[in-house]
Design a protein around this ligand. Sequence first.
Ligand SMILES: C[S@@+](CC[C@H](N)C(=O)[O-])C[C@H]1O[C@@H](n2cnc3c(N)ncnc32)[C@H](O)[C@@H]1O
Length: 348
Amino acid sequence: MNETAMMEFVGRAVDDVGSLLGGAMVVIGDKLGLYRAMRGAGWLTPAEVAARTGTHERYVREWLSAQAARGYISYGGDGRFSLPEEHAIPLTDETSAACVIGAFEIALGSVYATDTIAERFRSGEGFGWGAHDGHVLGGCERFFRPGYLNHLASEWIPALDGVESKLVAGARIADVGCGHGASTLLLAEAYPASTVVGFDADEGSIDAARKRAADAGLSERVRFEVASATTYDGSYDLVCFFDCLHDMGDPTGACAHVREQLFPGGTLMIIEPFAGDDLVDNLTPVGAAYYGFSTLLCTPSSLSQDVGAALGAQAGEARLRTTVTEAGFSSLRRVAETPFNIVLEVKP
Ligand SMILES: C[S@@+](CC[C@H](N)C(=O)[O-])C[C@H]1O[C@@H](n2cnc3c(N)ncnc32)[C@H](O)[C@@H]1O
C-alpha cells in the first residue's frame, strides 16, 4: 500500500467530482446565456453578468466562482471575471467543430438515468433510447451536428468512391437512426437534387426531426418516418448510419437490410465513434467519455431490442468489419476520421 499513490488518486477523484458538477455548471451557463453574455465583453462583475442575462447576482457569483475554479472562466482577483475567446468558441459557437456544449448536455441527461441503469446491471434488461431525459436526445443532436456540419459534405461524402457526383446529379439517400435529423437536413441542404428520407425507431425523435425540417423550409424534400433499421422500405443509392449502428439491437440484421434496399452500385456509409480495436487503445479521455455514454445509453439501447448484440460505443473497426461481413457485404474501407468519429465505406 503506497500512501502517496493513494492520495494522488484521491486528488484525481476530487477533480472528477468537480468535473461532474462542472458539467451541470456548463449546462446552466448555456441555458441561461451566461457564456453568450460574457463573450467578447471583457472583465465583468457578477452583477453585470446578472444584469445582462436577467438572472440573480447571488446565483451568478457562485456559478462564476465554480467556473473559475475549474479554469473555464478567468478571475481577475478584483471581483471581476472574463471568458477567454478560446473558451467562448467551444462554449457558444454551434457552427464550430470545436463546440463542446452538446457533449455536456447529453452527458448531463445520461446521468439522470443512473439509478435505472444500476438496476439494469442486476436484471440484464435494456433501456430504450427514447426513454431517456430530453437532455439526452437534444444533447445528442447538438453534440454531433457541429462535426457533421464541418465534415460531412466537405470531406466524408467526397471521400466515398463515386458517391458525391451521384448525389449532386440526384440520388436517393436513407439516413437510418437519424435521431433529430441533423445529418438528414445537412444532406438535403448540400445535395438539393437528391431526396433524403430519415428513419428512426423513436417516435419523439421523428416528431422533432419533422419540426426541424419545417423550420428549415426543407419539408418538401426531406421525409421522416418512424421505422426500425431492419424493416424500413424503399431503394437507395446511399444508406447512412450516423453514430447509431452500435445502439441497435441487431446491427448485423440492420446491415443485411441495407443490402436488400441498396440499388446496384450503392454504398453504405457508417459513421461510428472513434475507437481502436483493443481496450488498451481506448483508455484515453475520448475513450473514457464514450465508455461512459456506452454504459448509460448505447449498451442499454441495444439490450432493449431484439437480438441485443450490444456492440458498445467503442466497437472499433475490426468488430464493425465482422458485422458487415456477416451481413453479406464484401468490402469495408476507412475513408476518414476525426478525434471523435471514424467514417467507413461499405460495399456489397
Ligand atoms: C446516438 S443516436 C444518433 C442519432 C443521429 N443519427 C445523430 O447522429 O444525431 C442513436 C439513434 O439510433 C436510433 N436507433 C436505435 N436503434 C434503432 C433501430 N433498431 N432502428 C432505428 N433507429 C434506431 C435511436 O432512436 C437514436 O435516435
